[in-house]
Design a protein around this ligand. Structure first.
Ligand code: CMC
Length: 467
């Protein structure tokens, strides 16, 4: 490990230690056990407190500030693992052996090629769409790449599938440093097509989950390129998932430090209990709609500023504050207007969000000496101090994952409109793991609303309504 990536690991380990010390007074939860349905619980507005299902995928403890994936602490995973391994863990329940890891990594490399989806996506004015809207569309289009669910009777004979998609967009640019772009003509090998086609039928399969995890990164990067006025790039089979994501966005192989930073961000965002976008995915999947549509609804839910969309809003807020310099006055006005301060508060955490514990110091280290980021980081620190001072003790409002992540991405040179898509590129691991788990024991979601309307109204005559 080189010196710089070791610095990142040190930051994570320090954050873990701080978390342990600061929450040591909170009692540890007892071992959980399977419940006997139906369960009794108190439900608040927004389904607060409602228990939707059992899960072994992950756990959030708001008082201790714990985030656990399949039994492993998020700090340990961020310090010692990588995103591919974490995806495998979430989907399969255990860390991969060396052989399993290699096979999984190879499969992701294969599924990162989503040319057919890109061809369809490029037919839309994605340069005018918010990247989250384009990503949602792309995810739904990925369904056509991998399933024949919409045209079962016209399904081609296996082994006889001619790839018109490859022929239509054979060109992918690969910058090699020359002054003029060199175009390479590529065609996927027949062997690869055959292997993929064998898995095509079942859109609720583990292969669809792999396909979504791999392909969404390619889509997000392609959308980012189009927004920069550039052509999408092919994935590089030699690069890791995090490095590919950065490479396909920027056209430059990332440094080990940049790769490690992106990898840590992907790990931290991969799963988070029964959050709104996960629940949205589960609701759709519970109708037995396929996993692509379920994940598409996860992307849609994540886009909102109360959820993942907060990370983009945070950076605009910090820019505004850096310009005016009046954090105290600004916060007073916001609170008087009962506005939410983006990047703070959480339904579950009543302690400091463990992800923000890592991202804050990471943002600080990366912002150092960068004139376009350092002033924003200083303002963020001021804002955090002010919010904690006003609310920390009483309302337990702390920075959440979205408060510092944007500063980290900004330090990597990423545009704010891509922050939420990056969240989605990671969270797809949690969405798919939980959807597949839920489908083992599926029951359609169908909560109730309390009707507070009227009864027995008399239907008015047309004349009474002016007809
Ligand atoms: N700024 C100001 N006040 C807040 C904030 C905030 N960001 N968050 C909560 N509060 C106050 C809220 O006004 C309420 O006060 P009162 O009891 O006096 O009415 C109290 O704290 C409890 O809040 P709540 O409405 O019960 O919280 P919730 O669980 O319904 O909402 C939340 C959680 C995350 C939507 C909310 O904290 C919020 O809007 N935060 C800002 C948006 C944001 O950063 N979202 C990212 C969430 S974390 C990652 C993710 O999911 O993507």
């Amino acid at each position: 490990m080189d010196h710089q990536t070791q610095t990142i690991t040190d930051i994570i380990l320090k954050a873990a230690e701080r978390a342990r010390v600061e929450t040591s007074n909170e009692p540890e939860p007892g071992l959980t056990k399977r419940v006997k349905w139906p369960v009794t619980c108190t439900v608040g507005p927004g389904l607060e407190g409602a228990i939707a299902c059992e899960s072994r995928v992950g756990y959030v403890n708001g008082a201790k500030g714990w985030l656990i994936y399949r039994g492993y602490d998020i700090f340990d995973l961020a310090a010692h693992s990588n995103f591919e391994e974490v995806c495998y863990l979430l989907l399969h329940g255990s860390l991969p052996t060396a052989d399993e890891f290699r096979a999984f990594r190879d499969r992701l490399a294969e599924y990162r090629w989503v040319n057919k989806t890109l061809r369809m996506l490029m037919g839309f004015p994605i340069e005018e769409m918010h990247p989250m809207a384009a990503l949602r569309l792309g995810v739904n289009l990925m369904r056509q790449e991998f399933t024949y669910a919409d045209s079962r009777e016209r399904r081609p004979v296996k082994g006889n599938i001619i790839g018109s998609d490859e022929d239509s967009i054979p060109m992918e640019t690969k910058p090699r440093g020359e002054t003029h772009a060199i175009y390479e003509f590529k065609r996927r090998s027949r062997a690869r097509r055959l292997r993929a086609s064998q898995q095509m039928d079942d859109a609720g399969s583990i292969q669809s989950a792999y396909h979504l995890i791999a392909g969404m990164a390619t889509l997000a990067a392609a959308i980012s390129r189009v927004h920069q006025g550039l052509m999408p790039l092919d994935p590089d089979p030699e690069l890791s998932h995090a490095a590919n994501l950065l490479y396909m966005m920027t056209g430059r192989r990332p440094t080990p430090l940049e790769e490690r930073v992106m990898d840590v961000c992907l790990i931290l965002h991969a799963d988070h209990g029964m959050n709104a976008s996960t629940f949205a995915s589960l609701v759709v999947a519970s109708t037995l709609a396929d996993i692509y549509l379920a994940v598409g609804s996860g992307v849609a839910a994540l886009q909102g500023p109360l959820h993942g969309g907060a990370n983009e809003q945070v950076i605009y807020m910090l820019e505004e504050l850096a310009e005016t310099g009046d954090v105290t006055g600004w916060i007073g006005k916001k609170l008087a207007a009962k506005d939410r301060i983006m990047g703070f508060g959480h339904r579950v955490y009543k302690a400091y969000d463990p992800r923000a514990r890592v991202l804050g110091p990471l943002a600080e280290a990366l912002a150092r000496g960068k004139p376009d980021v350092e002033p924003l980081f200083r303002v963020a620190q001021q804002l955090e101090a002010e919010v904690l001072n006003r609310f920390g003790n009483e309302k337990k409002i702390f920075p959440n994952v979205d408060f510092y992540s944007g500063l980290v991405y900004r330090s990597l040179g990423i545009e704010p409109e891509m922050f939420t898509p990056l969240f989605a590129v990671s969270r797809v691991a949690g969405w798919t793991a939980r959807v597949l788990e839920y489908l083992h024991n599926n029951r359609i979601f169908r909560p109730r609303a309390i009707y507070v309307g009227e009864f027995h109204k008399e239907f008015p005559s047309p004349a009474e309504r002016g007809f």
